[in-house]
Each structure stands twice: as structure tokens, then as C-alpha cells.
Design a binder for this molecule. Sequence first.
Ligand code: ADP
Ligand code: MG
Length: 238
Amino acid sequence: MANLKLRDARKTYGALEVIKGIDLDVDDREFVVFVGPSGCGKSTLLRMIAGLEKITGGDLMIDGTRANDVDPSQRGLAMVFQSYALYPHMTVAENMGFALKIAGVSPADRDRKVREAAEVLELAHLLDRRPKDLSGGQRQRVAIGRAIVRNPKIFLFDEPLSNLDAALRVNMRLELMRLHERLAATMIYVTHDQIEAMTMADKIVVLNSGRIEQVGSPLELYNRPANIFVAGFIGSPK
Ligand code: ADP
Ligand code: MG
């Protein structure tokens, strides 16, 4: 089980309010996409959920418990970044197992979890390589593997595919959707790419200037955009 609620969630930097009162429900096992133009607050909102940014107003609830002040490591989440952030001196296996090592998991358990995740991600034959000897798509899979080994209830992705070329992006999109099925996890995925949003999401959250313009399924947004902004952004006529 992993659901998440935001109630009037806000973030200010000094006098500047960048998240201006967000109300949102993310259901167990849902694939939710935050979409919107650059600078609208997607990453900030995701980082507030992850605990990497302090929430300055309103509430975050995870599985019914207020989580505003819960330590990031205790929220049951794992985040995958756009920039991969792999350790260059470590092998794939070491990169994937590092968080477990820090958490004090035994080498045998670490090894088993890393092998299981590598199997799912088709990285089993690459476990001894270093990041510099991997393709972009393989590096991205290692970054995802690092999240999977921690067995999180909720995965958070911040534009994970934006450094990949177009063909690879299409592949990785499908792979992530398969992964979502297979892991039966709740996923929140940030992108500025409408096509990614439309093809991957159960629920799309359209953000603009720190506010939600509309929440709905891809079909709902396409057929019944709430306003000109959503219509323009999603690309349907209105
Ligand atoms: P997105 O991910 O949608 O491109 P961000 O969440 O990164 O947008 O940024 C939202 C807004 O918050 C932007 O106007 C950005 O300049 C501002 N912002 C982000 N981080 C900070 C910070 N540490 N201090 C001040 N302003 C910030
Ligand atoms: Mg961003």
C-alpha cells in the first residue's frame, strides 16, 4: 500500500512563492505524471514529496500519516534523477548496492537484491562494468536499479529520460511502464514532454506557475481540457 495526499501544499523561497497551494491524491499503484513548462514547479513539488525540500505550508500525507517532517530515508520513497548521479569509480553492482551498504544490509542480502533488480532491468551481464563503459540507456537502468533494490513503496522520477536520444526514449518509456506493472508500485513521474505524459500516465497533473491547471486521465485532458492552457499544452483543439 502506498497512497499520498497533498493538501494546500506550498513552498516559498524568501518572499517568492513557487508552489501555491496544491491539492492532490495519488492512489496506490497509480502512475501519476506531473507535466508543465520549464520553471512551473514540477521538480520542487517532487522534492517536497521526497523530503529534499521543506514544505512551507499545508500537508503531505503518506499512507494516512502526516509526513511533512518525516526524514527522507523514512518515507518509503526512492528518487531517480535526470543526471543519473552514478559513482564513476564503482561497478554497476556496487552502484546498485551502495544505499543498502550504507543502510547496513549484509553482503549476501545486498548481492541477492542487486541480482534480482539486475535481472528485471536486463543488467545481469553488466554487473562488473563501470559507468563509463555503459550506454546512456544502460546508465539510466542502473539509476533505476539503485531505486528498485531499496524496495520503495513510491518511486519518484524527475525527467529520467531527457538525456537520452529519441529512439531510446521510446524504448525506456515502454520499459518503465512494464516495470510499473511488474513492481505494482506507486510512481510519480515528472516531465515537460506531453507525449511522455499522454502515453505513460494513469493520471496527469498539469502544472503552471506553481498551481494545478487540471488533473485527469490522458483521455479526459485530451477530450475535455479545462482551459486554453491545458488545451495548448496537451495539444488538442479547443
Ligand atoms: P521545473 O522543474 O518545473 O522546471 P522548478 O521546480 O525547478 O521547475 O522551479 C520552479 C520555480 O522555483 C522556478 O521559478 C525556480 O527558479 C524556482 N526555484 C527553484 N529552486 C529555487 C531555490 N532554491 N531558490 C529560489 N528559487 C528556486
Ligand atoms: Mg525540473
